[in-house]
Ligand binder design. Structure first.
Ligand SMILES: [Zn+2]
Length: 300
């Protein structure tokens, strides 16, 4: 059985008609339960503390965010109202990614049904991201000596600018981003390895890039842990993507990442990343694919 981390606070309330598909988090938990992927229920994480968040983010920003008092300009860049519910969600999400990482280190593989807030930079949030959950979890584990080296495999369709910014001074926390080059953010912050893809790329070409680049990187780095951002916004129907992957392509991508990582005995912690559109059921179902890939690996 694969441990899956979930917290009711993952889904916050947003104003009616907000373009961020917040309902996907609760719906994903329902789908995972219905498909028997969480037979013993979910592991509920402790929210990240101010001290943990401060390992990655500017202290003044952390304080302002936790007090739901970020400046208007930053709130606009985030694109969500940073109220008590959204702040609670951001803390639960960062704590959830940390919990998934600890479960992965104990059991080999685990996932959180949230996370992947990769646009949150050191100084502030942006692009629907308040705190950078993966950077926070990686820094907490590294500082306490649980891990020495980690690889962040970011397959969300948008470049992981925030993660690159948060971890630029941490050479042992290696960032790989595979994204649509012309997509948000317009001004990219270079990570350790950035692979920008052309618009409209389809399954086979995408998988060829991943298959060529990921295994040698795993062999070269030999990380103690892999964080996998399994954003589903490379899907052809995604409202904010520019690529053209199918459900089968996303599934093959997830299985490739899980298989190559686990074949080397490296623990893997997955987070769901982005996925956008009006059909919350369809998006949540796409996010379930990575948990099916994990279950297949854990069971086989
Ligand atoms: Zn994205």
């Amino acid at each position: 059985m694969t441990p899956i981390v979930y917290h009711p606070a993952y889904q916050a309330s947003l104003p009616e008609g907000h373009r961020f598909p917040m309902g996907k988090y609760g719906r994903l938990a329902e789908i995972l339960t219905a498909r028997g992927l969480a037979p013993a229920g979910f592991a509920q994480p402790a929210p990240a503390t101010a001290e943990m968040l401060g390992l990655v983010h500017d202290r003044a920003y952390v304080e302002a965010a936790l007090a739901s008092a970020v400046p208007r300009a930053i709130e606009r860049a985030i694109g969500l109202p940073v109220d008590a519910g959204v702040t609670r969600r951001a803390r639960a999400s960062a704590g959830g990614t940390l919990a998934a990482a600890r479960l992965a280190l104990a059991h080999g593989i685990a996932g959180s049904a949230a996370g992947g807030s990769h646009h949150a930079r050191r100084e502030q949030g942006a692009g629907f991201c308040v705190f950078n959950d993966v950077a926070v979890a990686a820094r907490v584990l590294q500082r306490e000596g649980t891990i020495g080296r980690a690889l962040i495999v970011d397959c969300d369709v948008h470049q992981g600018d925030g993660t690159a910014d948060c971890l630029y001074a941490c050479p042992d926390l290696f960032t790989l981003s595979i994204h649509a080059e012309k997509n948000y953010p317009a001004r990219k912050i270079p990570g350790d390895l950035d692979i920008g893809l052309a618009d409209g790329l389809t399954d086979a070409a995408y998988l060829a890039v991943l298959a060529a680049r990921l295994p040698p990187l795993l062999d070269a780095l030999r990380p103690d842990l892999v964080f996998y951002n399994a954003g589903v916004d490379p899907h052809r129907d995604d409202r904010l993507g520019r690529l053209a992957l199918t459900d089968a392509g996303l599934s093959a991508r997830d299985r490739l990442v899980v298989r190559e990582t686990r074949a080397r005995g490296i623990p893997l912690a997955a987070v769901i990343g982005g996925g956008y559109g009006h059909d919350v059921d369809a998006i949540a179902a796409r996010h379930a694919l990575v948990f099916e890939a994990i279950a297949a690996e854990a069971g086989g």
